[in-house]
Design a protein around this ligand. Structure first.
Ligand code: SF4
Ligand code: SF4
Length: 458
C-alpha cells in the first residue's frame, strides 16, 4: 500500500509547493516517525495556505494520513498559526470526525520565519536537525499543506495542473485564485483587476535595473523579482505581489551584490545584531553573519570556516530586511559565497554538527510579523484578506516549464501539433534521475515542445 501511494504521487507530478519544489515521491519514501504538515505560511501578505486549510481541511488531513502511511509514521502534526481561526476550526472538525488518526494541531505564534523546516521541527518535536541536514535525520518529514492536498488528489489519479496563489499589493482586487500552471503572470494580474496604475508595470529603468519589474514572485522575504510579465506560474508560485518601484522590498531584491559590498565595507560596525537575530544561529548552528561581513570587508583569509559557513544560511533575509540597523546584507554575501563554492565543486565535510544547543534567549528573539511587514514597507497591504476566488480562469496560452522542481528537467513526450487535454502527460522523468512529471494544464494544441518548455494554445 505504501509503495502504491508513492507511485501515485510520482505519477501525478507532485512537488513541494512551499517553495523549493523537491519531488514529493522521493521525500515520502523515507522512513520516519512523525510527519508535520506545514501550514505556518510565515511570509507577509500571502494567504493561499490559510484559505486552503479553511476550505479543504478534509483533503489536508487526508494527504497527511497518506504521507504517514507511506513513511510508516505514527504521529501526524498540523502546524499553523494561532491566528488562523477559520483554518483551526475547519481542521479540528475534520480531525474530530476521525479520532483514530493520531493527528494533532500545533499552534504557532505570529513570527517570521515560523515555517522554516528546521525551526518547525524544533518547535513541534524539540529535535534539532543537524547542520546542513534534513528533517528526516531526526525522524521527521515536513510537507507544505498545499503539497498534501496534491498528495490526496494524486490518489484519485488527478495530476498537478493548477496552482493556488495570492495576488496582492498594488492591484485593484487582491485575491487568492487557482490558475493553470504556465499562465503568464501578467494575465493573472489582470484577473485580479489589473495594476492600480498602468505606469507601475511599464518600464521602471529609472529606478530599477532593466532586467526586473516591480512584481515579487513568491513571498516578499524569500521570493524574487519577476523578469517579465510573460513569466509563467509554476507549481511553486505562492504569490504575485505588485509593488511601487521605490518600495524598500523592491529596492533590496534588485540591489546588485557590488552595491551591498560597497555599503558593507563603508558602514558595518560589527554590532552583531545580524547574528543575534539569525534564526539558524539561535538554533545553535555555527553561523555568525557579522563574521562574514568582517571576513569579506577586510579580506581576512586565515579563517575559511567563516566563509564556508555560508552553507548554513537558509537565505531567510532576516539579517538584511530586519536585523541590521544600517541596512546591510550578510545574506547577499552568503548567497554569492554559496554560488562560488558550488561552482568550485566544494564538498562540505565540516559544517555538519549534530551536538547543537539552542542559544539562550532564543524564544525572546522571534521577529513579529507585523514589525517585519512595516520594515518591508508593506503595512499598507497587510490588511488585505485576498479572499478565495472560486472562478475557473482559462488562459488562451500556457508555457509550461519542464523544470519546476529540484532535479533534472522533465523530457518532453509531446510534439508540435499534438492535441492534449488537461491532465495529459507532457513531460516524463528521465530514466534513473531525480525529477518530477509535468502535465498539460489546459486542453488545446501543442504549439511548441522544447527541452525547456511545452507551449499549449487553447
Ligand atoms: S551587518 Fe549590520 S547588523 Fe551585522 S554586524 Fe554589520 S552593522 Fe551590525
Ligand atoms: S539570511 Fe541572514 S538571518 Fe537568515 S539564516 Fe542567513 S545569515 Fe541568518
Amino acid at each position: 500500500m505504501s509503495d502504491q501511494i508513492v507511485e501515485n504521487v510520482k505519477a501525478a507530478g507532485v512537488v513541494g509547493a512551499g517553495g523549493a519544489g523537491f519531488p514529493t515521491h522521493v521525500k515520502i519514501a523515507a522512513r520516519v516517525d512523525t510527519v508535520i504538515a506545514n501550514g505556518a505560511e510565515c511570509e507577509p501578505l500571502l494567504r493561499g495556505d490559510q484559505h486552503l486549510m479553511a476550505a479543504q481541511a478534509h483533503e489536508v488531513v487526508q494527504g497527511l494520513r497518506l504521507v504517514m502511511q507511506a513513511s510508516g509514521a505514527q504521529h501526524g502534526v498540523i502546524a499553523l498559526k494561532r491566528k488562523y481561526h477559520a483554518a483551526i476550526t475547519a481542521l479540528q472538525s475534520a480531525l474530530d470526525r476521525q479520532p483514530a488518526l493520531n493527528i494533532r494541531l500545533h499552534l504557532l505564534e505570529n513570527y517570521y520565519p515560523a515555517g522554516d523546516e528546521f525551526l518547525l521541527v524544533y518547535e513541534v518535536t524539540g529535535r534539532l536537525v543537524p547542520e546542513t541536514g534534513l528533517p528526516l535525520h531526526v525522524g521527521c518529514i515536513v510537507q507544505n499543506v498545499g503539497t498534501l492536498v496534491n498528495v490526496a488528489r494524486a490518489q484519485r489519479s488527478e495530476p498537478v495542473t493548477h496552482r493556488l496563489l495570492t495576488v496582492t499589493g498594488e492591484v485593484r482586487e487582491p485575491k487568492t485564485l487557482r490558475v493553470p500552471i504556465g499562465t503568464p503572470i501578467g494575465e493573472v494580474i489582470q484577473w485580479a483587476g489589473g495594476a492600480k496604475s498602468d505606469d507601475l508595470l511599464q518600464k521602471s529603468d529609472n529606478v530599477l535595473p532593466s532586467a526586473v519589474i516591480p512584481v515579487v514572485l513568491g513571498g516578499p522575504m524569500m521570493g524574487r523579482l519577476a523578469r517579465s510579465l510573460d513569466e509563467p506560474v509554476t507549481k511553486t508560485t505562492s504569490g504575485i505581489i505588485v509593488l511601487p518601484p521605490d518600495n524598500v522590498t523592491v529596492r533590496h531584491l534588485s540591489r546588485p551584490l557590488g552595491s551591498w559590498v560597497k555599503r558593507g565595507r563603508s558602514t558595518c560596525d560589527q554590532c552583531r545584531d545580524c547574528t543575534d537575530l539569525c534564526p539558524r544561529y539561535l538554533l545553535g548552528h555555527d553561523l555568525e553573519p557579522h563574521k562574514i561581513m568582517r571576513t569579506i570587508n577586510y579580506g581576512i583569509t586565515e579563517q575559511p570556516l567563516n566563509v564556508t559557513a555560508a552553507v548554513l544560511c537558509c537565505e531567510c533575509r532576516l539579517c538584511e530586511a530586519y536585523a541590521c540597523p544600517l541596512g546591510l546584507s550578510p545574506c547577499a554575501y552568503y548567497r554569492e559565497v554559496k554560488r562560488q563554492l558550488a561552482a568550485q565543486g566544494w564538498r562540505n565535510d565540516v559544517h555538519k554538527r549534530t551536538d547543537l544547543t539552542p542559544r539562550p534567549f532564543r524564544e525572546f528573539r522571534h521577529v513579529p510579523t507585523e514589525r517585519l511587514t512595516a520594515r518591508l514597507g508593506l503595512t499598507k497591504y497587510a490588511g488585505f484578506e485576498c479572499p478565495l476566488d472560486p472562478g475557473d480562469y482559462q488562459p488562451k496560452r500556457v508555457s509550461i516549464p519542464l523544470r519546476q522542481h529540484i532535479g533534472v528537467a522533465a523530457r518532453p513526450v509531446v510534439r508540435e501539433g499534438d492535441v492534449v487535454s488537461v491532465g495529459d502527460l507532457v513531460g516524463e522523468i528521465p530514466e534513473g534521475k531525480l525529477g518530477a512529471r509535468v502535465h498539460a494544464s489546459i486542453s488545446g494544441r501543442v504549439e511548441r515542445a522544447t527541452t525547456e518548455e511545452v507551449v499549449i494554445v487553447a
